[in-house]
Write a protein that binds this ligand. Structure first.
Ligand code: ADP
Length: 266
């Protein structure tokens, strides 16, 4: 029958026999699809009213000086919150696209050094209180979607900045060997307790709910990272020590990496 989803599981019953379990998960699958469609449609619909609100806020901002002090503060608050809402909608839409495998750009080879330095340049404003070191141990190319890789890597860098104190050290590294290529971001910030690590890539999961909203994140960053890595046959590895810092590493298979010839003269 068309459109039926089955989950099949086998276990060893005794030395010679296997038990096979077949579960009809069609309903679950349909519900999951409805959830994804709802999130995608709702996020899309929220964009239009938000654009109108932001337009009026920009006009108000131009005449801010003629407003009473309390109203001026209100305009700043509303602008911050509407920017936050815009980021949330963008992240929800990106996550929906990633979940439905709706690719916007084709996979290509990308120069890692360019990609990483592009990200560092663009986050300069929020990262100017941190010392950011970039180590690229081999000039390699990575095969994948530029937009998705950019989004995943920049989420990890922005998190390192958000969850470490001013003056903190952040190391962004690319290294590869014959088996894999590793993009990693290390900070010496707050760190994460081991029991929370498996939950970090869940949508809207935050170790500290209060901390999340004050740092301005959407709670979707690591869920996006997880889906982007899934698309690139890569894995996310998180190591952390509370109070000492964290390292988020993306492990890419060798088939996705192109290295310059080792005997290249210059
Ligand atoms: P958020 O928008 O809240 O940053 P993320 O999905 O990017 O959402 O991260 C989920 C949670 O994981 C964060 O709220 C934070 O508690 C924790 N986290 C992520 N990166 C780090 C980090 N580098 N150091 C400490 N905690 C982190």
């Amino acid at each position: 029958q068309e459109g039926v989803y089955l989950e099949i599981q086998t276990t060893l019953y005794d030395q010679n026999d296997h038990l096979i379990f077949v579960r009809d998960v069609t309903r679950l699958h349909l519900l999951e699809q409805m959830r994804k469609d709802f999130v995608a449609n709702a996020s899309h619909e929220l964009k239009t009213p938000l654009t109108v609100i932001k337009g009026y806020l920009e006009t108000l901002d131009m005449f801010k000086d003629s407003l009473p002090k309390s109203m001026q503060k209100g305009v700043v608050n509303m602008t911050n919150q509407s920017n936050r809402m815009e980021q949330l909608i963008e992240d929800l839409l990106l996550l929906s696209r990633l979940e439905s495998n709706d690719k916007r750009d084709v996979d290509q080879w990308h120069d890692l050094s360019e990609l990483i330095h592009g990200i560092v340049d663009s986050i300069q404003v929020i990262g100017d209180q941190h010392s950011i070191q970039v180590i690229i141990s081999s000039e390699s190319k990575l095969y994948g979607s530029y937009q998705e890789l950019y989004s995943a890597f920049s989420n990890l860098v922005v998190n390192a900045i958000k969850y470490s104190p001013e003056g903190g050290n952040i190391t962004i590294k690319w290294e590869n060997n014959l088996q894999e290529g590793i993009f990693s971001v290390t900070d010496n910030g707050l760190g994460i307790e081991a029991r929370y690590i498996p939950r970090l890539t869940e949508r809207f999961f935050r170790v500290d709910k209060g901390r999340g909203s004050s740092t301005g994140g959407t709670g979707l960053g690591l869920a996006i990272v997880k889906h982007v890595l899934l698309h690139h046959d890569a894995k996310l590895l998180i190591t952390s020590q509370p109070g000492q810092g964290s390292t988020f590493s993306c492990l890419f298979a060798a088939s996705r990496i192109q290295q310059p010839l080792l005997n290249k003269s210059e």
